[in-house]
Structures are given as C-alpha cells and as structure tokens.
Design a protein around this ligand. Structure first.
Ligand code: TYM
Length: 332
C-alpha cells in the first residue's frame, strides 16, 4: 500500500495556511487513500530560540487540533516525533550523506538564518541541519508521497536526492519519495503582506488567521486584508496579489476555481465578505471539536501513545538496515 508521511512543526499556533496547504488534504484524502502517518515534529521546533513550556503546550495543541480537524486514529497514525528515537538516529546518517553546500542552499535556511542574525540572535547549528532530520522523518517510513505546501517542496526534493545517493552508495534501503502540493492554496499569503507567506512564527499577527482565532477576529482580519489599488476583481497573482490570495482562499474553502470566482464579484468588499464566511464555515466544526477534545486530554494522550508504538515498529527495521548498510557493526 502507498505510504504517505507528513509533519507539522509546533513553533506557533496552526494557521489557515497550514490547514489549506496541508492538513485538509491529510484529512479528506490521504488517510483514506493510503497508509498515512502524520507527525508533530517537535524536534524541529528547537532550531530557533524557543521557550520549553511553550513548545510542550503547542505540541499537545497541534495534536489535538489535527484530531479536531478530522484525522481519524482508526485510519491513520498520529504521533510526536521525539517519541520515536529512529528520527534522530537516522538524521545522523542523513548528515553523513548530505553536503554542507546542499544545506546552505536551502531557501528556508537562508531566510530564517538572516532573520535570526538581524534580531541579534546566533543561529543554531540545527537550523542548518534541519533538512537532514526532515529527510530522516520521511525516509524512515519508506514514504512514497509527502503532501505539503509549496514552501516545503525544496526540502522534500533534498530528501529525494539523499535517498538516491544513499541507495547508490550503500544499497537499496530507501524508497525515493516525492512531494505533492494542493491544486489551489499551496501557498496562502499573509493578509497584510500578500507577497509573503502566511507563517505561524511571524511576529506580526494581523495578517495571519489562526485556526483557533475567535470568529470575530477571523472576520476582522479578512475584512482588513490588504487589497490592491484598482477596483476590478481579477485573478492575477503578480499584478493583484492581495485579491488573488483572497480568491485562492475562497476557492480552496469552496472547492472552486479562483479564475471563475473572480467573475462573480464586482467589489473587493463583497469578495472579502464571502471569503470570511467561507473560512468561518470551514473552521467552525474544527473549533467545536477542539473544545471537546480539550476536555478529554487522556484520549489525545492515548492516540499519541498508540501512534508512537506503531511508528517505532515501522521505522526500526529500516533504520537498522541503514545502519548496517553504511558500515556500522550491528550489536550482537
Ligand atoms: P510547517 O510546520 O511550517 O507547516 C506545516 C505544513 O503546512 C504548510 N504550510 C502552508 N501551506 C500553504 N500556505 C502557507 N502559508 C503555509 N504555511 C505552511 C507547509 O508547507 C507544511 O506542509 N519542515 C516542515 C515540517 C516537517 C515535515 C517533515 C513535513 C518536518 N519533517 C517531513 C513533511 C515531511 C515545516 O516546517 O512545516
């Protein structure tokens, strides 16, 4: 059966970008069509300045929200990365397979390192080696497909290269994975700055819709979204990035086509209103289910325990095989 793996980093509250770019497909398609594993990648949240209590809280919250969004533990495996040692074990072998040039070329590294430096913080080494751990996440499970938003495609391509290189040098241990992106909203943009991605760790939050925002706040953020000068509603990502972003979000929420939807609106106000309603409609059941699950933390813990057990069982033999293949003496 086809194996799917994807992850989400507990470095901030989950956003509409995470939901439309990744989570919604996990819920609606992947868990039905494949043997799917979803992981709250807490080790990845330690690559920039962090607060230990906050990471712990956000890890639990991300897992709860994924269940609230509709991941069904009877259909897929949900777990926390640090609960399965194989990720860290395999990450080291990936560091021994990758080159430092490859790591330094990653767009996300360049952007985040620049951001850390400009705020006077030193850059953690793990920020540079991040893609090695991410490759380990994916390769440990014999993954065929990795459903992600388009900001993660470059990392998945590196995982692909590393799998091929490892296999060529040491023997056929890994399945070569590929990234898949959603049809629309592979990149949801910030509502206040539609030329940059809506990201959970940004400091300015007026342009970010969080899944747990109060409905009134969601409505306000969308109604105040920056649009472009002009009045015509057209779908043009270059000339009208603000309007195009709203059309993408609306299309994604309603399973429509942004180009077609553009023709249905004669004012920016009407487009914003329709988008806000569509987003609220989508988030309402998620918020409600999240509140229910928060009242029952032992349920979520149980899901994560079972998930980690299954994940360990799947990853262990392949990681052992990689250890042997690369030249390490197996323990007697
Ligand atoms: P993360 O936590 O930043 O994002 C989780 C998922 O949400 C997608 N996404 C978006 N999609 C569209 N528009 C946006 N504005 C937007 N923001 C985020 C991301 O593309 C991602 O699919 N490195 C990964 C986590 C990770 C991972 C993995 C993913 C670690 N190991 C192995 C897949 C496989 C990350 O930081 O995602």
């Amino acid at each position: 059966r086809r194996r799917i793996f994807s992850g989400i980093k507990p470095s901030g509250h989950l956003t509409l970008g995470n939901y439309l770019g990744a989570v919604r497909r996990w819920v609606q398609e992947d868990q039905y069509n494949a043997d799917a594993l979803f992981c709250v990648v807490d080790l990845h949240a330690l690559t920039v300045e962090h607060d230990p209590a906050r990471v712990r809280r956000l890890t639990r919250q991300a897992a709860t929200l994924l269940l609230a969004a509709g991941l069904d533990p009877e259909r897929c495996t949900l777990f926390v990365q640090s609960h399965v040692d194989e990720h860290a074990r395999l990450s080291y072998l990936m560091e021994c397979t990758a080159t430092d040039g490859e790591m330094r070329r990653m767009i996300q590294y360049k952007e985040k390192a620049a951001r850390e430096r400009s705020s006077g913080t030193s850059v953690r080494l793990s920020l540079l080696t991040y893609p090695a751990l991410m490759a380990a996440d994916i390769l440990a499970y014999g993954t065929h497909e990795v459903p992600v938003g388009d900001d993660q495609t470059q990392h998945v391509e590196l995982a692909r290269d590393l799998a091929q290189r490892f296999n060529q040098r040491y023997g056929p241990v890994f399945t070569v994975p590929r990234a898949t992106n959603p049809r629309v909203s592979a990149r949801v943009m910030d509502l206040q700055d539609p030329t940059s991605k809506m990201g959970k760790s940004h400091a300015e939050t007026a342009g970010i819709v969080y899944l747990l925002d109060e409905p009134e706040a969601v409505r306000k953020k969308i109604m105040r979204a920056v649009t472009d000068s002009g009045t015509e509603v057209r779908y043009d990502r270059t000339a009208q990035p603000g309007v195009a972003n709203l059309l993408d979000v609306l299309a994604s929420c309603t399973d429509g086509k942004p180009e077609v939807l553009a023709g249905e609106f004669t004012s920016y106000g009407a487009l914003k209103k329709a988008t806000a309603e569509a987003v609220l409609e989508l988030l309402r059941p998620v918020r409600a289910r999240h509140a229910e699950l928060c009242a029952d933390p032992s349920y979520v813990e149980g899901v994560l325990r079972t998930g980690a057990e299954r994940a360990r069982g799947l990853a262990r033999p392949r990681v052992d095989e990689a250890y042997a293949a690369i030249g390490l003496l197996p323990p007697a």
